[in-house]
Design a binder for this molecule. Structure first.
Ligand code: AMP
Length: 522
């Protein structure tokens, strides 16, 4: 739309724990400080009798108003309530998460004396609104255009929800960019693309909520993602969860008291665990001391780095497993990686660094880009390029689809239409014949690598094609745009009539998917 792209364009790293905004300014990236002068802003939203607080103001009240202070909402994006990971998280969170009628997790808070439910994307939109306001105060003008980063491993429906969160926040989303790809741009800019021959880079991005691993080849100013791997539910919050769970058991054992049902106690314990975890990145031991924690208990525990590592070792090893998988998918060996770039707050953990170094046979890791700011910087560069404000318009990005996408056959198998690590944007058509000689054909679109759809694969959406006569053959088209958002359409192949078109945005867009199928004559 004319005029829509006017004004500055910013990059936003919408993190699980912290968010960061940046802008391309006077020929360089500038991190935008918030109203407290900090360069990162807690992704926290708190509700009380009179107002809704976002960022530091919300984080500051977390101990006094734990049931109404929301954090980690990004971990719920695009997941079902019944998802075991959601169940596990919500058991340890001090705020309430319930199921909607269609299995969507809803966060329950008391706001201005009323009980209100919010979807995760609504909470994310509030954080984005805050980041927009921070940028506006810094730049002294209205800010509409933004590039928002998303975990590389987010699926199409999760990306769609982040896009919607941005729109609710009043932003015009120029593009969604994968977090490690954004970090690679920041790294590339720092190196000024000085290498004339291509270099292979592995970005290891371990934040609060997720792990993303990306292997890229950088040649001049072309950033070609070769493969991605990771987990949208593996990060600092999981290490905190392990510690909280450990101490809940410890208190049960030692004091015969169960604190797990008490939000305030859990919140105090979590804050102390997170602080202890950070200390243990620089110290061999630390003490968790919480006076009057619960029912007369003054809790004190001397925690060593060793115990912290033991508690989380299986998660750390999982992280390295993703690195191995990513290299295999990229068909590049350890020796051919020029730099292992660390991004995300959790890469400060010494054992993570040690395991990575060992995996790369003693290679020194690249710590030269700021782990908390690199993603926002890369997003800001992309925003500047897309809005035509920049003198660095020669950068070219080629990203990939993180997971295989396909449809369920009548035998329950996964018929892959787009294999994982296919460069995007892409459009792939496929003719489907199996088991569809009916007037009504139900499509189930899945993502994942299992041969059986109902194994480990995730159902993204379902829709029904109805025709006036039996349908024996279908043309199915999978279309992934530059944001990584999937649209699926299908039409009857043998008929002259052009049948149905419907789109799959994801299971959360059920209304759209359940819409009666239209038949349009050509
Ligand atoms: P990010 O999502 O990149 O902002 O990373 C946030 C995560 O990094 C949170 O889980 C933090 O607890 C974690 N983190 C930040 N600093 C440290 C540190 N020094 N040691 C261990 N974890 C840290």
């Amino acid at each position: 739309m004319a005029g829509e792209r006017e004004g500055p364009a910013i990059g936003i790293d919408l993190g699980t724990t912290y968010s960061c905004a940046a802008v391309w300014h006077h020929g360089d990236v500038e991190i935008i400080p918030n109203d407290q002068g900090n360069r990162i802003t807690p992704s926290y939203v708190a509700f009380n009798e009179t107002e809704c607080l976002i960022g530091h103001a919300a984080e500051n009240v977390v101990d006094i108003n734990p049931a109404n202070t929301i954090f980690g909402a990004k971990r719920l994006i695009g997941r079902r309530f019944s998802d075991p990971l959601v169940q596990k998280d919500s058991m340890l969170w001090p705020f309430k998460v319930i199921s909607s009628h269609d299995d969507k997790p809803m966060i329950v808070v008391t706001y201005k004396g009323e009980e209100i439910q919010f979807a995760a994307e609504q909470i994310c939109s509030m954080v984005l609104t805050k980041m927009k306001e921070i940028a506006e105060a810094f730049l002294g003008c209205s800010v509409k255009n933004a590039v928002i980063s998303v975990p590389a491993y987010f699926n199409g429906s999760q990306r769609q929800l982040i896009k919607e969160a941005g729109t609710i926040a009043g932003l015009n989303i120029l593009r969604l960019i994968a977090e490690p790809t954004a970090a690679a741009i920041a790294y590339g800019l720092q190196k000024k693309y000085s290498n004339t021959s291509p270099i292979n880079v592995l970005v290891f991005d371990l934040g609060g909520g997720n792990l993303d691993v990306s292997v890229l080849t950088i040649e001049n100013s072309i950033f070609q993602v070769k493969a991605v791997a990771g987990d949208t539910h593996l990060g600092g919050e999981d290490f905190d969860n392990r510690m909280v769970g450990y101490f809940v058991e410890e208190i049960k054992r030692k004091h015969k008291k169960d604190i797990s049902g008490n939000p305030r106690t859990l919140r105090r314990l979590r804050t102390a665990c997170e602080r202890a975890k950070r200390n243990l990145s620089f110290m061999a031991h630390t003490t968790i001391a919480l006076e009057h924690l619960y029912d007369g208990i003054d809790f004190e525990y001397k925690l060593t780095r060793e115990t912290f590592e033991e508690l989380n070792m299986y998660l750390f090893e999982e992280c390295i497993g993703h690195v191995d998988k990513c290299l295999k998918d990229a068909q590049i060996d350890q020796e051919s990686i020029h730099d292992v770039v660390l991004v995300g707050g959790s890469t400060r953990i010494p054992m993570i660094q040690q395991l990575l170094k060992d995996f790369f046979n003693g290679k020194e890791l690249c710590k030269s880009i700021h782990p908390d700011e690199a993603v926002a910087s890369g997003a800001a560069i992309q925003a500047a390029i897309l809005s035509g404000h920049s003198e660095i318009s020669d950068i070219e990005l080629c990203d990939v689809a993180p997971l295989s996408l396909g449809v369920m056959t009548s035998g329950g198998e996964m018929e892959v239409v787009i294999p994982r690590n296919t460069p995007i944007p892409t459009k792939i058509k496929k003719i489907l014949k199996k088991g569809i000689d009916r007037k009504k054909v139900r499509f189930s679109v899945y993502q994942g690598e299992s041969e059986r759809t109902r194994g480990d694969n995730t159902l993204l959406g379902e829709f029904v094609l109805s025709a006036q006569r039996n349908v024996s053959c279908l043309n199915v088209s999978f279309d992934i745009d530059a944001n990584g958002i999937l649209n699926v359409s299908a039409e009857e192949k043998d008929s002259r009539k052009k049948s149905i078109i419907d789109k799959v945005g994801g299971w959360l867009h059920k209304k759209k998917i359940d819409r009666p199928v239209e038949e349009a004559s050509s």
